[in-house]
Design a protein. Structure first.
Length: 140
């Protein structure tokens, strides 16, 4: 009986975390929710492909993606977008946005990454079972 209860508890927790989605399986975000780094410019020689995970946890809230502190896009669940940036060190961040329960989430989480010329780097936006949003590189 204990094994059955433990299995049920693990299944519930797994159902609450987000699940990685590949960019080709995700939906492109709508243009009105992509604010910056949309067009390739003369100094933009690296491409970021950013995809938000799927899952029930936080799916009713947008995740705002930041580049060097500037809002770049708002992602819904299982959405993807491309961003054109210059090579060098960049600080990528993510936070949960909205009202009600969405407003109770922790502050923005940020991480720095180095982009090389002619890079195409993939990143995922996800939410842990504890409700923390994060941005990390991925090979998916």
């Amino acid at each position: 009986m204990r094994k059955l209860l433990a299995s049920f508890a693990i299944a519930l927790l797994a159902g609450c975390s987000s699940t990685a989605v590949t960019a080709d399986k995700a939906t492109a975000i709508s243009p009105e929710r992509q604010f910056a780094f949309v067009q390739r410019s003369s100094d933009a020689d690296a491409v970021l492909v950013v995809t938000r995970d799927s899952g029930i946890l936080g799916s009713g809230c947008y995740m705002t993606f930041f580049v060097d502190g500037k809002p770049a896009a708002q992602f819904g669940s299982s959405e993807t977008a491309r961003f054109f940036l210059p090579a060098g060190t960049v600080v990528l961040g993510v936070s949960i946005e909205g009202s009600g329960l969405c407003a109770l989430n922790p502050a923005r989480r940020e991480r720095d990454f180095t982009l090389k010329a002619n890079d195409e780097r993939k990143f995922r936006l996800f939410m842990s079972s504890g409700g923390d949003a994060d941005v990390l590189p991925t090979t998916l």
